[in-house]
Write a protein that binds this ligand. Structure first.
Ligand SMILES: Cc1ncc(COP(=O)(O)O)c(C=O)c1O
Length: 374
């Protein structure tokens, strides 16, 4: 089945008790047992499992080509749960442009758990190979990355991890499986902030891990989630499930819009650099063209010629773009990324990050042109 069809039908069941086509939303925190003590429906307590969450997991696994999925309260909860399965003494390789929250976890949390995180440029395969230690347990991949839209070779990195006996995890939040299928490229685990494109409407927080194999790691993470409690709520699971059904068409249109916006920005006299993997000038364009299909995503970063003040001024002048952090909704957002990240940010001060939505691209381009032409 093609991805567009799968996005609509994965994990979909007609509710056997009512015939409801839309999935029911089960809010119950507890589930009844029969006189012999056996749960009627396979669930006992909301933190262990619940029907709406299970339905979302059944939909997510085939979308990423995995055997199993677990959903969490947020993308951070999903990633941290994975890191918590590592034994003390582990070494983890993170991309130099990993999503801010995970870099901070590597600096502020992991040392307390006896885990050492090291940042490396993942587009330098020889550098990655040299950074691998006997105690390296996890290779973290993020492509395209947040916020510099760096593109790295997933198949080559997954191979390096496998040869070292380490697990590879790929944060596929920016591309989504509509455009990039990391498990088919060799990754062991796929991570999502479902807060973003999976939800698609800026109204739900969630995270997910999808596993190439249903093995002991899935069991351990299910146990960890049950005990630490970072589960997805039924309503949030339901909203993400609803968002998934339109993922393919949203990604197609938002990616096409982003390409048009990126091309216009590349011509703008106030813009020094545009980071968008769909532009032939992007250093990772060839790799992206090889490992992505159907578009290059809807995230763009740009750097202004006149530095931080010009970037802040352009953001403040936006009229159609909404000044807000996050991404993946139907409305276009603009932010001065270093401000959003705060004092521990390493993002260049002249960088503006755009999340391109479903508006007409000419309206978006007109807004950016007036904002940048102050
Ligand atoms: C690439 C990426 N991964 C993970 C996360 C964390 O997700 P959440 O905010 O749902 O915890 C984010 C959030 O912005 C992100 O952009």
């Amino acid at each position: 089945m093609r991805f567009d069809t799968l996005a609509v039908h994965a994990g979909h069941v007609i509710d056997p008790t009512t015939g409801s086509v839309a999935p029911p939303l089960h809010l119950s925190t507890t589930f009844a047992r029969d006189p012999a003590g056996v749960p009627f429906g396979g669930h006992t307590y909301i933190r262990e499992s619940n029907p709406t969450q299970a339905q979302l997991e059944a939909a997510l696994a085939p979308l990423e080509g995995g055997e199993a999925a677990l959903v969490f309260a947020s993308g951070m909860a999903a990633g941290i749960a994975l890191l918590q399965t590592l034994p003390p003494g582990s070494h983890v390789l993170l991309p130099d442009d990993v999503y801010y929250g995970f870099r901070i976890a590597g600096e502020d949390l992991l040392p307390n758990w006896g885990i050492r995180a090291e940042g490396v440029a993942m587009d330098d395969l020889a550098g990655v190979a040299a950074a691998i230690r006997p105690e390296t347990r996890l290779l973290w991949i993020e492509t395209p990355s947040n916020p510099l839209l760096k593109v790295v070779d997933v198949a080559a990195l997954a191979r390096l991890a496998r040869e070292a006996g380490a697990l590879s995890v790929l944060d596929n939040t920016f591309a989504t499986p509509a455009l990039q299928q990391p498990i088919a490229l060799g990754a062991d685990v796929v991570l999502h902030s479902t807060t973003k494109y999976f939800g698609g409407h800026s109204d739900v927080q969630g995270g997910a891990l999808i596993f190439a194999r249903r093995d002991a790691l899935v069991e351990r993470l299910g146990h960890l989630r049950e005990i630490t409690g970072g589960v997805a709520s039924p309503f949030n699971s339901w909203l993400v499930l609803r968002g998934l059904r339109t993922l393919a068409c949203r990604m197609a249109v938002q990616s096409a819009n982003a390409l048009a916006v990126a091309r216009a920005l590349a011509e703008h006299p106030a813009v020094a650099r545009v980071h968008y993997p769909g532009l032939a000038s992007h250093p990772g364009h060839d790799v992206a063209a090889r490992q992505m299909a159907g578009g290059f995503g809807a995230m763009i970063s740009l750097q202004t010629k006149e530095g931080k003040e010009a970037a802040l001024r352009a953001v403040s002048r936006a009229r159609l773009f909404i000044r807000a952090t996050s991404l993946g909704g139907v409305e276009s957002l603009i932010e001065h990324r270093a401000t959003s990240e705060g004092p521990q940010s390493r993002t260049p001060e002249d960088l503006i990050r755009l999340s391109i939505g479903l508006e007409h691209p000419e309206d978006l381009i007109a807004d950016l042109e007036q904002a940048l032409s102050a």
